[in-house]
Design a protein around this ligand. Structure first.
Ligand code: AMP
Ligand code: ZN
Length: 495
């Protein structure tokens, strides 16, 4: 696809400002987004993170970039506290459910991609499991060690932040965090509160199921090292964009930067850091480990479609906190339904072969081109999905844009929004969804005929009035009743 002329601006957590995005290699983008820890279902807050990654990759692709999107699957090493404290999430889940860690990981990885598929989240270019990359992690730790940034203590190997002067650049406030010392009281092996484990040999968990031989003894990797090792393997020692939830700024991503740069000596490891704000509940934070969380499945069990939730998410900017409530999900569902109605009506008007000029082709009307340009500007302005959605609405409501052209532009916008608009229109062309409401009208006409036959004239008249309200005119003749919409050209039905 040809490169578009627009420039993407992104808020870069590294530097805390909005910057114009340029990839290291023209036309290509290497993007790593932290993936799920597969010890439980993803909650709807987690899905906000993945929809953000999806909007980012889709926007980049729409702009003509070739994107390599890498996502890890954490199936080892993630403790319930990001700072090496708490339980091993995978192990605890396996114990609670009476399954092996592998079974738990397989099950919840499958469940995660089912959810992602339902939400129209495109599958990343590379999906990589931590347990399949322990060799790469060991190699990376060796390099960190060779560069003098580690120490062994109490059976574990630690990263020594005092050997890495730029530690904490991503989260400057954390450097003087008065609570930091208190948080690590549990680990007397650390020289500095911000030091973190690269390799555990002294498992604090009895019966640790997953263990590997290493130069530091048999054990398992710390959580942060997996993202450094896998991103470097698939994207190189320096790459363009790294994303995750805002909670990852002070510890996980800060530690990833320290390890990667200490290993390779190259700075900056990643040029753009993109962080989504949290989805919150009216009663506070949603968290997977606290147990009180809402899944996509629970939304669907309450009668919502996965894409209602996607629509809800697109209505908020990824850098603003978004409050989830059933009322706001209901509002999103209603808005998506009316959007679907518009698409069906446009499809019915355009007819099967009626999709008009494709965006970018000569002959696109000025108005439609203007709508598309405004849509692009919205996304290029730090991925403003709410404004992009408003442009889609402006397009489908614009009386001066013909149905075929409006549909073509809507489908083009949907390459980023991912609301499944083309599927809706296809269903309309096939008649599967009663696109123009013909089947419903014919049903009412037949019902009126039956009422007349039964001499229930009041009912017959009320049906006629109802149809009139919808712009349908009935004409009774010797061979039955025909109906038409507004001006001539209606279809006849016999009853
Ligand atoms: P986890 O599976 O816990 O490693 O989290 C997966 C992703 O979801 C990470 O990028 C988190 O930062 C992100 N995340 C966790 N909770 C929320 C939330 N409530 N809202 C938005 N993103 C979240
Ligand atoms: Zn990560």
């Amino acid at each position: 696809m040809a490169q578009r002329s627009g420039k993407l601006t992104l808020y870069n957590t590294l530097g805390r400002e909005t910057q114009i995005f340029e990839p290291l290699v023209p036309g290509r983008v290497g993007f790593y987004g932290c993936g799920p820890t597969v010890y439980n279902y993803a909650h709807i807050g987690n899905l906000r993170a993945y929809v953000t990654h999806d909007i980012l990759t889709r926007t980049l692709r729409r702009m003509g970039y070739e994107v390599t999107h890498v996502m890890n699957i954490t199936d080892v090493g993630h403790l319930s506290g990001d700072n090496d404290d708490g339980d091993d999430k995978m192990l605890k889940s396996a114990e609670e459910r009476g399954k092996s860690v592998l079974e738990i990981a397989d099950f919840y990885t499958g469940a995660f991609f089912d959810d992602a598929g339902r939400m129209n989240i495109e599958r990343p270019t590379v999906v990589c499991k931590a347990t399949a990359h322990v060799g790469e992690m060991i190699d990376l730790i060796r390099r960190i060690e060779a560069n003098g940034c580690t120490y062994a203590s109490g059976g574990n190997l630690y990263f020594d932040v005092s050997k890495f002067p730029s530690y904490g650049e991503l989260a400057p406030l954390r450097r003087g965090d008065p609570n930091a010392r208190a948080r690590v009281r549990g680990d007397p092996n650390k020289r500095n509160p911000q030091d973190f484990v690269l390799w555990f040999t002294k498992s604090k968990f009895e019966g640790q199921a997953l263990a590997w031989d290493s130069p530091w003894g048999r054990g398992y990797p710390g959580w942060h090292i997996e993202c450094s090792a896998m991103s470097i393997k698939y994207l190189g020692e320096q790459f363009d964009i790294h994303a995750g939830g805002i909670d990852h700024v002070p510890i996980h991503h800060t530690n990833e930067i320290a390890q990667s740069e200490a290993a390779t000596g190259k700075r900056p490891w990643v040029r753009f850091w993109v962080h989504n704000e949290f989805l919150v509940l009216d009663r506070g934070k949603m968290s997977k480990s606290s147990g009180g969380f809402i899944t996509l499945r629970s939304l669907m069990d309450s009668g919502y479609e996965a894409l209602d939730y996607r629509y809800f998410l697109l209505g908020g900017h990824y850098r603003s906190q978004l409050q989830f409530s059933w009322e706001s999900l209901e509002t999103a569902r209603n808005a998506r339904r009316s959007l679907a109605e518009r698409i069906r009506a446009l499809a019915a008007k355009a007819g099967p072969g009626g999709i008009g000029t494709l965006p970018g082709a000569p002959g696109l009307s000025e108005k439609a081109a203007g709508r598309l340009a405004a849509f692009d500007r919205a996304l290029e302005d730090d991925l403003s999905s709410p404004r992009a959605l408003a442009e889609l609405w402006g397009l489908v409501r614009d009386p001066d844009i013909g149905p075929g052209e409006a549909l073509a532009c809507a489908f083009d916008m949907d390459r980023v929004l991912g609301l499944g608009l083309a599927a809706l229109a296809r269903a309309a062309f096939r008649g599967g969804d009663d696109p123009g409401g013909e089947r419903e009208i014919e049903g009412l006409v037949a019902e009126r005929a039956a009422a007349k036959k039964a001499k229930d004239y009041a009912k017959a008249d009320s049906i006629r009035a109802l149809l009139k309200e919808r712009g349908v005119v009935l004409e009774d003749g010797p061979s039955g009743t025909s109906w038409r919409r507004g001006p001539p050209g209606g279809r006849a039905v016999t009853n």
